[in-house]
Design a protein around this ligand. Structure first.
Ligand code: FES
Ligand SMILES: [Fe+2]
Length: 437
């Protein structure tokens, strides 16, 4: 196994060794030291309104069940039978009084306690009394989002999030009454590439004009989007694709902030007029009125003036508030990743606002979309390229030497296309990977 000194040589200020993306031994170590330590985003409490509601997901490679307890708390249990190891719960979501293992019928209550053991007399007295579904040691929530950590110790959630908390605030504050819910289920897709490639893509303002060139070209020649109130699903696509083809100066002018734990967020990217069923649109006006009813006119203005785009919560999440999308990345192998995508509905907003969310998801986050397909193709090409031993280094030097440390603890790229966010992710990577505990 790689010693810390060897790991340290793989990440340099402006370049990274290809093995960080391609070496299976390093991937195994990442599961243990990054996914086994960091706070991971698991989902949102709207997925579990009633006692016994659960959903299954993964923390790194660990399959887990997230379940609402009778007390109202949220529990996270490793989804692995204490008998001979079968995954106990195979469903994506549901409601259960008991989790019954499909192999020999051991059954566990919502807290993971073992309640029924068939053929119990066959076991030595007391042998099964200590057995249970293993609880994940740390669970915390921020603004309705559920986080957990496989490590018993470490920074608390607020410290972990640091300045990235503001992105969750933005997402939640936009909902009238602060009420959001995951709606429409979860959309899952996989790609044959390393998990880090997705996190390095979502803040990358230098790629859309190239990777997404074909859809930009189609959008440029498309009929003008409908006037406010007369829009079609299609118009969201046209707007978004044209924005992807924005001039270099627009991308250079966006804000790009990072945090010491590898999080990052992009701001100043868009205004509502350019992208959304925006200002002047009757549904948006009604939404704004409902928001102002809750928080007052001034506060509503403040909230809607925030123009954050994607936020990365390192190492497993990417989300954006404007269209209320959240993606969770699951590392499966060094060259295989699975992504879960969720859309949020603002409970007290006009139905059209959620229609736009779904339209955006179809345009950008679907495997048949105008956008995601291009990115997945590039991830796979990168993985192929990095599997080649002909060259050792990946260059992440755009903007290097001009990063600005801000008073609030963030580090900002000199321009919006700076690779500062990848450098921040790699700093965090090295920190997790070389820390002793
Ligand atoms: S493996 Fe679960 S009951 Fe046997
Ligand atoms: Fe892209």
């Amino acid at each position: 196994m790689a010693a810390n000194e060897q790991l340290a040589m793989l990440v340099q200020p402006d370049r990274v060794h290809r093995s960080v993306y391609a070496d299976p031994a390093i991937f195994e170590l990442e599961l243990e030291r990054i996914f086994g330590r960091a706070w991971l985003v698991l989902g949102h409490e709207s997925q579990l309104p009633r006692a016994g509601d659960y959903f299954t997901t993964r923390m790194g490679r660990e399959p887990v069940v997230v379940v609402r307890q009778d007390s109202g708390d949220i529990g996270v249990l490793v989804n692995r039978c204490a008998h001979r190891g079968s995954m106990v719960c195979a469903e994506g979501r549901g409601n259960a009084e008991r989790f019954v293992c499909p192999y020999h019928g051991w059954s566990y209550d919502r807290s993971g306690a073992l309640k029924v053991v068939p053929f119990a007399s066959g076991y030595p007295q007391g042998a099964t009394s200590q057995l249970r579904l293993k609880p994940v040691p740390r669970i915390a929530r921020y603004r309705g989002f559920i986080f957990a950590s496989l490590a018993a110790d470490g920074p608390d959630l607020e410290e972990f999030l640091g300045p990235a908390k503001a992105s969750f605030d933005d997402l939640v504050d936009r909902a009238p009454g602060g009420e959001l819910e995951i709606a429409g289920g979860v959309f899952k897709h996989g790609y044959n590439g390393n998990w880090k490639l997705m996190l390095e893509n979502h803040l990358d303002g230098a790629h859309p004009a190239y990777v997404h060139a074909s859809s930009v070209a189609v959008a440029r020649n498309a009929p003008e989007p409908g006037r406010p109130g007369e829009e079609h699903y299609y118009d969201i696509a046209v707007r978004q694709m044209r924005q992807n083809g924005a001039p270099d100066a627009v991308w250079e002018g966006t804000g790009m902030w990072t945090t010491p734990r590898g999080h990052g967020f992009m701001g100043d990217y868009h205004d509502d007029d350019r992208l959304v069923a925006g200002l002047g649109n009757p549904a948006f006006d009604e939404y704004r009125r409902l928001l102002a009813q809750q928080v007052g006119e001034r506060r509503a203005d403040q909230i809607l003036r925030v123009t954050l785009w994607n936020t990365i919560v390192y190492p497993n999440c990417s989300f954006m508030s404007q269209f209320r999308q959240l993606r969770i990345i699951h590392p499966v192998a060094v060259d295989r990743s699975v992504v879960y995508t969720y859309s949020f509905r603002m409970k007290h907003a006009p139905a059209q606002m959620f229609r736009d969310t779904v339209a955006f998801a179809n345009v950008v986050n679907g495997t048949g979309s105008w956008v995601l397909t291009d990115d997945l193709e590039v991830y796979e090409r990168i993985q192929h390229g990095l599997s080649s031993g002909a060259l050792d280094w990946v260059y992440i030097g755009r903007g290097y030497g001009r990063d600005v440390d801000e008073a609030d603890g963030t580090r900002r790229g000199a321009t919006g296309t700076s690779e500062v966010f990848i450098r921040a992710q790699m700093r965090a990577w090295l920190d997790y990977m070389t820390r002793d505990a």
